[in-house]
Design a binder for this molecule. Structure first.
Ligand code: ZN
Length: 167
């Protein structure tokens, strides 16, 4: 996602553009403060059970109507694993235990995050029920996957189909 800053968040004056730390950045001449844009960080969770993977159907764009692994943004003061458990609970009603760090993905498509941290998890409690930005959910076998969206979900399920991701 592109980033724009027009005014200083400290003093409210218009920002200029200044070359700092290797690139042009917004800069407040009055406060002598640059603006460093931070990456948006998301988590995605691969939950397997009985040789099936849990997918949610997207209720909103991007990817509305397509399927993906449960995922969402990490809040600014939140541990990534806590964000993963929270997002799974919000979207699926399931309490999970994070079992493994699977990968870290850079942004490669229309997904809203700049960095995506992928975990595997196991269900420990709860009844599966779609919520938040999930319109539906289901457990899918390797040979009946629905249309998927987002690079991390497509990559992780691809590894699972190819036998490179166990749970
Ligand atoms: Zn300022």
């Amino acid at each position: 996602m592109s980033r724009i800053a027009r005014f200083c968040s400290l003093c409210g004056r218009p920002l200029i553009s200044k070359h700092l730390s290797g690139r042009m950045r917004p800069y407040c001449s009055a406060c002598e403060q640059p603006v460093y844009f931070d990456p948006k960080v998301a988590v995605v969770v691969f939950i397997g059970r009985d040789d099936r993977v849990l997918l949610i159907k997207r209720a909103v764009d991007p990817g509305k109507g397509k399927w993906a692994l449960p995922a969402g943004f990490v809040d600014y003061d939140e541990a990534p694993e806590a964000a993963a458990r929270r997002e799974v609970l919000e979207e699926t009603g399931l309490n999970v235990r994070i079992t493994r760090l699977l990968d870290v993905f850079p942004k490669r498509d229309e997904g809203l995050a700049d960095i995506v941290i992928a975990y595997s998890a196991q269900v420990i409690a709860g009844e599966a029920c779609a919520g938040d930005d999930a319109a539906d959910l289901g457990w899918f076998t390797r040979d009946n996957l629905p249309p998927l969206v987002f690079y991390p979900s497509i990559t992780l399920t691809g590894r699972w189909i190819g036998g490179a991701l166990e749970f």
